[in-house]
Design a protein around this ligand. Structure first.
Ligand code: NCD
Length: 351
C-alpha cells in the first residue's frame, strides 16, 4: 500500500507525476470530476485545522468522492480511551483513504501500520506535513516554472515548523538549491533535519537576521512561531514576534521574489505586504487544494490491502516526549538509520 507519511519517501519521478496531474487539474478541472468517483475519505483531525481540512474536503468533492470525519477528537471514542490502532483499524473499514492530523510526532506512520487503506499525513506534531509541501512545490513551479536553482529562505520557527521540515526534505530532490535558515538560535532546525541536510549535501547557512539575506532570495517562506508546541511558555514569550516582514523590509528584495507562508499568519507578515504582487500565500492555499486533488486521484484508487501483522512493543525506545510511541505503548520498536545514526522510525529523533 502506498501511503504519504514523509515527503522524503516520494521519488522525484513520483513528484513530477503528481505535479503534472495537479497542473492538468488546474487547467482542465472538468476532466477530473470523476477521478475518485464513489471513493470516501475519512478526515481525522485530532488537532485544529482550517486550510488542510477544508482543502482535503473540497479536493475530494471536486474529484467526485465524499468525506466524513471529525475536527475535534473530544467527540470520538478517543476520549473514552480508544487506541489509535483500534480507531484506524475500524475507520479503514469504512473509508478508501484516511487523512489524519495528529499532535504527536510519528502518528501517521503508526496509523499506516494498521490501515487497510492509504494513510495521508496531514501533519504529525512538529515533525512533518508532506501535503503542505505538495502545495508549496506546486506554487513555486506554477509561478517560477522550476524549483531548480532557487535560493530559498525559511524564516521563523524552524524547530517546530513541520512545513519547513517537509519542504526541506523535498528540496533535496532538486538541483542547485540554496537554503537560508533564518531563526533565533533556540528555534533552529532540529538535529534530525541537520543530519538530513548534511547527508544530502544541501547548501545551507543558518542566520538569525532576516533583513541582510532578503536580497539573495528567490523564495521567502515565512512561518508562525508554533506556540502550542513549546514545552516552556517562557521560551515562547522570548521568541514571539521576533520576525515581522513589512513592506519597507522588502525594498531590497528581488522583483520576482515569492513571499510564501503555509498560514495561519499571526503577526509575522504585516498586512501591508498582502497587496504586494510578490505575496503568494493565499494563492498557495488554493494550489494546495489542486495538489491534494492530484494526490487523492492517485492514492485513493488503490485496492484495499490487509496489512501484515505488527510486532507488539513494550513501551517506547525513543526519548522524544512528544513521540507517538510515548502514548501508544503497543507500537513496535521500529528503528531506522539516518546518515549512519540510529533513529526512531516514527519521529526521526536520534536514539
Ligand atoms: C501549518 C501547520 O498546520 O503546520 N498550517 C497549515 O497546515 N497550512 C502551519 C502552522 O500551523 O503554522
Amino acid at each position: 500500500m502506498r501511503h504519504l507519511i514523509d515527503f522524503g519517501d516520494v521519488s522525484r519521478q513520483e513528484w513530477d507525476e503528481l505535479y503534472t496531474r495537479a497542473a492538468a487539474i488546474i487547467d482542465h478541472p472538468k476532466d477530473f470530476l470523476e477521478a475518485c468517483y464513489g471513493k470516501v475519505s475519512a478526515n481525522l483531525f485530532y488537532e485544529p485545522s482550517t486550510r488542510t481540512n477544508f482543502s482535503f474536503q473540497t479536493a475530494m468533492l471536486r474529484v467526485g468522492g465524499t468525506t466524513f470525519g471529525f475536527a475535534d477528537p473530544k467527540s470520538t471514542s478517543t476520549s473514552k480511551g480508544e487506541t489509535l490502532k483500534d480507531t484506524i483499524k475500524m475507520v479503514s473499514g469504512y473509508a478508501d483513504v484516511v487523512v489524519m492530523r495528529h499532535p504527536r510526532e510519528g502518528a501517521a506512520k503508526a496509523a499506516s501500520l494498521y490501515s487497510h487503506v492509504p494513510v495521508i499525513n496531514a501533519g504529525d506534531g512538529g515533525h512533518m506535513h508532506p501535503t503542505q509541501t505538495a502545495a508549496d512545490l506546486t506554487t513555486i513551479t506554477r509561478r517560477r516554472g522550476t524549483v531548480d536553482g532557487l535560493s530559498i529562505g525559511f524564516c521563523g520557527d524552524l524547530k517546530y515548523g513541520r512545513t519547513v521540515h517537509s519542504l526541506i526534505k523535498a528540496l533535496a530532490k532538486f538541483q542547485k538549491i540554496k537554503l537560508y535558515l533564518i531563526s533565533p538560535r533556540e528555534l533552529a532546525v532540529p538535529e534530525y533535519m541537520r543530519m538530513f541536510l548534511k547527508e544530502h549535501g544541501l547548501w545551507n547557512v543558518e542566520v538569525t537576521g532576516l533583513e541582510p539575506v532578503i536580497p539573495q532570495l528567490d523564495v521567502l517562506y515565512m512561518t508562525r512561531i508554533q506556540q502550542e508546541r513549546f514545552v516552556d511558555p517562557l521560551e515562547y514569550e522570548r521568541n514571539k514576534g521576533v520576525y515581522i516582514l513589512s513592506k519597507s523590509k522588502l525594498e531590497r528584495a528581488k522583483a520576482d521574489l515569492l513571499i510564501m507562508h503555509p498560514l495561519p499568519r499571526v503577526d509575522e507578515i504585516s498586512q501591508d505586504v498582502d497587496d504586494d504582487p510578490r505575496a503568494v500565500y493565499f494563492e498557495q492555499a488554493r494550489y494546495g487544494m489542486f495538489a491534494r486533488m492530484s494526490l487523492l486521484a492517485d492514492l485513493a484508487n488503490q485496492e484495499r490491502l490487509t496489512p501484515p501483522p505488527v510486532e507488539i512493543g513494550h513501551g517506547p525506545v525513543c526519548h522524544n516526549p512528544n513521540c507517538i510511541t510515548q502514548f501508544e505503548a503497543y507500537l513496535p520498536p521500529l528503528v531506522k538509520v539516518n546518515g549512519g545514526v540510529e533513529c526512531c522510525a516514527f519521529c526521526d529523533a536520534a536514539l
